[in-house]
Each structure stands twice: as C-alpha cells, then as structure tokens.
Design a protein around this ligand. Structure first.
Ligand code: FAD
Length: 386
C-alpha cells in the first residue's frame, strides 16, 4: 500500500492539529487523568476527521479504510497514548458495527452526532469476570414490551466516564454463547446506570477508564445494532478494525522513541566518547528500526487486503500481537539507554514504556491473538462451546 497525496494531506492536517491543540496540553491532561473529549472531538470533527471512512449520508467522507489507517498512524504523533486511544475508540472501535449494520434511524440518531463530534461514544465488551473470554460475558437483557431491560457490569471501558452512549455487547437470550449476544446502543444518562469507579492505571493516564454498573436499564429494542444474536460476530468483525488501529497508531511512537534515543545517545558523553559510539547501541537501535518497518509493512498489507474486502483476521491478529511485543521491546531497550533519565516520570520514553504496556493486554491479549492464529493456521481445534 502506498499513501497518495490525499492520505498525506490528511496526515498533515492532523499533525498540525496535534501540534497546536493536543500536544501543548498533554502534560496537564495526563496529570488530571482525563482530557476534554467533547472539546477535542468537536474540533476534530470540524476538520472532517471523525468519519473519514463512514458513509457521506451520515456526515462521513465516504473514503476507504486506508484513510482511517493513515489517520491512525498520524495519531501516533500525539505525545502520549491516552488521547489517541480515546479518539480511536470513537472512530474505529465503537462505530464500525453501527455504520455497517445499524438501521438508518439508528445511524441518524447515534452515528451522525458521533461523526459531528457532538457526542462521545465508548465500547462496552469487557466485564469484571470476562475480558479475554468475550463469549463468557454475563450482562444480560430481558425483553419487556418493545424494550430491553439490561442488568450487568462493564469494566475497563475507555471514555466511559465522559461518554454519551455505549455500544454494549450483551446477552439477549439464553442460547449458545456465540449466538445469544447483541450489540445494543445505551445512552449513558439512562436511569439505572452507575459510573461506579474511575480506574487508576500505570499508564494511558489522560484516558478515563471506567467500571459501569447497569441495574434494570431500559432501552428500546430498536437501539440494537443489526440482527439479534449476531452481536458476537459483529464484535469480532469490529475487533479487526480495532486491532489494525492499534498496529497503525503504534508505529510513530516507536519511530519517535528511537529517534529521541539516537539524539540522546549522540549527546551523552561517556568513556571518552558518546553513548552512540558504542556499537552495541548502534546495532540495537538499527535492529529496532528494522522491526518497526517490518510491522509497518505487515500493517499496510493487512490494510490493503481489508480495503479489497478480504477477511484479514489472521494478518490483523499478527499485527496486533507484534505491536504489543515490539512496543514493549522498543520502549524497554530505549529506556535502558537513557539510564537514570529513562527512569524519570517526565521522560517521553518512560511514558511509552508505561502506555505501551497496554498493547499486549487491551483489545485482546497477546495470548488471545496467538489462540486466533493457532485456529486460522489449523493447529488448534475450534472451541467445544458453541
Ligand atoms: C486501559 C484499558 C482500557 C481498556 N478499554 C476497553 C474498552 O474500551 N472496552 C472494553 O470492552 N474493554 C477494554 N479494556 C479491557 C481489555 O480488552 C481487557 O483487559 C483484555 O481483553 C484482557 O481481559 P482481562 O483484563 O479480563 O484479563 P483476562 O481475560 O483475565 O486474562 C488475563 C491474562 O491471561 C492471559 N490469557 C488470556 N487468555 C489466554 C489463553 N487463551 N491462553 C493463555 N493465556 C491467556 C493473558 O496474558 C491475559 O492478559 C481495556 C483495558 C485496559 C487495561
């Protein structure tokens, strides 16, 4: 895949926005453990950046997925992980299924304001008792007249303390675990919802992460995305874009971490020369840069096939796995070369070390990616549970 002039122009616009409107505030937002999502999203929407690959009829630009990927990559220019992740939730995690399978009325009610930056969305899959084991989630919705009445808990939900609505994966029947779930859009001001806790984390500080309780929360059944019982399937498809987004948005932070470390190593004097004179340092940084370029190539290839309409479960899972592992390796190796300075809080490399650790856990842990690959490669059996 090659970026065209149009892709590069979008990236230029976004980078300018990041330099002017995001990076100057990152330290303050990290300290506050929250960023003003509504304010930032409204400005991104004014630049047309919240619906690049969403249909024009709902306010999007109707472009193909490669433009969303170009945006995800440029978001890596933000000097922390939390703000890009929150933006990615809005563009690539809580809206793809709605855009693809939602009814026209649902898209007008939820997608149009999300693309316009008037509302903030979140994606509610994980629960206290079920993260990797998505099929095992326990939140349930019973039917009452034309409504669903939802009871349960969602945990680790990015944006949820500020969100206006949640795209929630919930059991809507007692059937087999892969066929009893639906995606339901739940306005976060519905009676019965408690924002129980803001979770303190070791990284991604500017992103709010919530534990949310649902007690007899009533929403109309027309808030269901697509067909009843198809939620697990829709969410697995939605995960493809989430995982490609994770890979694309990890590339620049790693590039910039390596570049900052080279600059540091060239200045840092030791043993009668500089740190950069040590061949070990040169070779390690050269090797890391090579690995990042290999991940970029894999991510672009997955994107190209996805744009062609192919199922990229295998490549997206490989890219997500590699992203988590490589981000940890790059951040850890570079932090080591910064010595004591790498162990300080303000250092950008130490921020990547903390923020980047999530890459091997969130959106499907490394072992979940390996499990998917073992199945697509035909090594592992399909699960016995239906
Ligand atoms: C900052 C943050 C933001 C998040 N945002 C969201 C969000 O917006 N929406 C949402 O729904 N979720 C979100 N999550 C949840 C995230 O997706 C889950 O944490 C993740 O899927 C892992 O689930 P778990 O924490 O329940 O760990 P568990 O499922 O308990 O797994 C624990 C560990 O077990 C290992 N493991 C898992 N499966 C296997 C296996 N098959 N074989 C071997 N080992 C295995 C892995 O190492 C894994 O890390 C977020 C999490 C964090 C920390």
């Amino acid at each position: 895949m090659q970026y065209t002039h149009e892709h590069l122009e979008i990236q230029k616009t976004l980078r300018r926005f990041i330099d002017e409107e995001i990076n100057p505030h990152v330290d303050e937002w990290e300290a506050a453990e929250q960023f003003p999502a509504h304010q930032v999203f409204r400005k991104l929407a004014a630049l047309g950046l919240l619906g690049l690959n969403k249909p024009e009829v709902y306010g999007g630009s109707g472009l193909d997925y490669s433009y969303a990927m170009a945006m995800a990559e440029a978001l890596g220019h933000v000097s922390c992980g939390g703000v890009p992740m929150a933006i990615g939730v809005q563009t690539d995690m809580c809206t793809p299924a709605l855009a693809r399978f939602g009814s026209d009325a649902l898209r007008r009610e939820f997608l149009v304001p999300a693309i316009a930056g008037e509302t903030v969305g979140c994606i509610g899959v994980s629960e206290p008792g079920a993260g990797s084991d998505v099929a095992g989630l326990k939140s349930h919705a019973r039917k009452d007249g034309g409504d669903y009445v939802i009871t349960g808990q969602k945990m680790w939900i990015t944006n949820s303390l500020q969100a206006d609505w949640m795209c929630m994966l919930v059991n809507t029947s007692d059937g087999p675990v892969h066929r009893n779930k639906s995606l339901v859009l739940v306005p976060m001001n519905t009676p019965g919802i408690t924002k129980a806790k803001k979770i303190r984390k070791i990284g991604m500080h500017s992103s709010d992460t919530g534990l949310i309780y649902f007690d007899e929360v009533r929403v109309p059944q027309r808030y269901r995305v697509g067909e009843e019982g198809q939620g697990f399937v829709y969410q697995m498809q939605q995960f493809q874009e989430e995982r490609l987004w994770c890979a694309a948005s990890s590339l620049l932070p790693m590039d910039e971490c390596i570049a900052d470390t080279i600059e540091w190593a060239q200045q840092r004097k030791l043993f009668g020369g500089t740190l950069a004179d040590q061949q070990w340092v040169q070779f390690k940084l050269a090797e890391l840069k090579t690995e990042v370029e290999a991940l970029r190539a894999l991510t672009y290839r997955a994107c190209e096939l996805y744009v062609q309409g192919q199922d990229v479960t295998e490549l997206a899972s490989m890219a997500k796995l590699k992203t988590g592992r490589l981000t940890r390796e790059v951040a850890d190796t570079c932090l080591q070369f910064w010595g004591g300075m790498g162990f300080t809080w303000e250092n950008r490399v130490s921020r990547l070390y903390r923020d980047g650790r999530l890459g091997s856990i969130g959106g499907g842990a490394d072992e979940v990616m390996l499990g998917i690959l073992a199945k697509t490669m035909g090594i592992a059996k399909r699960p016995a549970r239906e």
